[in-house]
Write a protein of this length. Structure first.
Length: 256
């Protein structure tokens, strides 16, 4: 008689003992198979691509990339069902519960884990993917309101994963379902929306000048009036970015 396919699970925790304990607990469940154990956020991004797990137990606080940054880097559309593991207090718990996302509050025992695994089984069997992605997007928007501006982006170039610091970015451009980071002579694509990227940037340094373009004000050498309500931003790299009428009031607010 053929056996049922096992639920492929990956764990992520920077604490070795916590990581090993969770993996041991999961191995005690006959319908779960541990396919990867990650020490940091970067390994999670790589592991999701390599192992294609059904579920990830993802610590919120990790080096390299936090749990939230991992979701952004992988992309909501590609992120497996996620159970967030956290030692955070009230705000994080409220955010998880508001958007019906699964979480484990450290420290937890086998009974609490089994409750989470029951929900995993139920969600994999019954919750539609679009509904889950909607919950995850709403969670990310809420987290954006309570975390400091992003300092770097994780980008893929060939087989490599690279960090691009926001201070090195000249300007940002939309391209269909992607966003292009222009940094010196480099162009780096990430799967995101302009609004999603804008929400994560420091508004003191980055200004959206048209629907399809954001400029780093620290990299602007001059601003020239252009065709009435428009402006031309000249960057130190030599690139130029033209604003649109829609964003004129926002631009005028920074001009003495």
């Amino acid at each position: 008689m053929p056996t049922e396919p096992r639920i492929r699970v990956m764990t992520a925790d920077d604490e070795p003992l916590a990581r090993a304990k969770l993996a041991d607990m999961l191995r005690g469940e006959p319908d779960f198979e541990v396919v990867g154990e990650c020490r940091n956020g970067l390994e999670v991004v790589q592991g999701v691509a390599a192992h294609r797990p059904d579920v990830v137990f993802l610590d919120i606080q990790m080096p390299q990339l936090s749990g939230v940054e991992v979701v952004r880097a992988v992309g909501v559309g590609q992120m497996p069902l996620t159970v967030f593991v956290t030692a955070f207090g009230d705000f994080a718990i409220e955010a998880f519960e508001l958007h019906a996302l699964d979480y484990l509050l450290k420290p937890f025992d086998q009974e609490r884990l089994r409750d989470a695994l029951d929900r995993v089984r139920e969600r994999l069997a019954s919750v539609s993917r679009p509904r889950y992605e909607g919950e995850l997007r709403a969670f990310l928007r809420r987290m954006n309101e309570h975390v400091p501006p992003v300092q770097r982006f994780l980008v893929k170039r060939g087989a490599e994963l690279l960090f691009v610091r926001t201070s090195e970015i000249d300007w940002i451009q939309s391209a269909d379902n992607y966003v292009v980071l222009h940094a010196g002579e480099g162009k780096y694509m990430i799967r995101d929306t302009m609004s999603g990227v804008e929400a994560r940037l420091d508004p003191e340094h980055f200004l959206r000048v048209r629907a399809s373009a954001i400029v780093n004000l620290e990299r602007v050498s001059s601003i020239r009036p252009w065709s009435g309500a428009e402006f031309q931003f000249v960057l130190r790299s030599g690139a130029t970015v033209l604003s649109s009428r829609r964003f004129r009031d926002r631009i005028r607010s920074i001009i003495p």
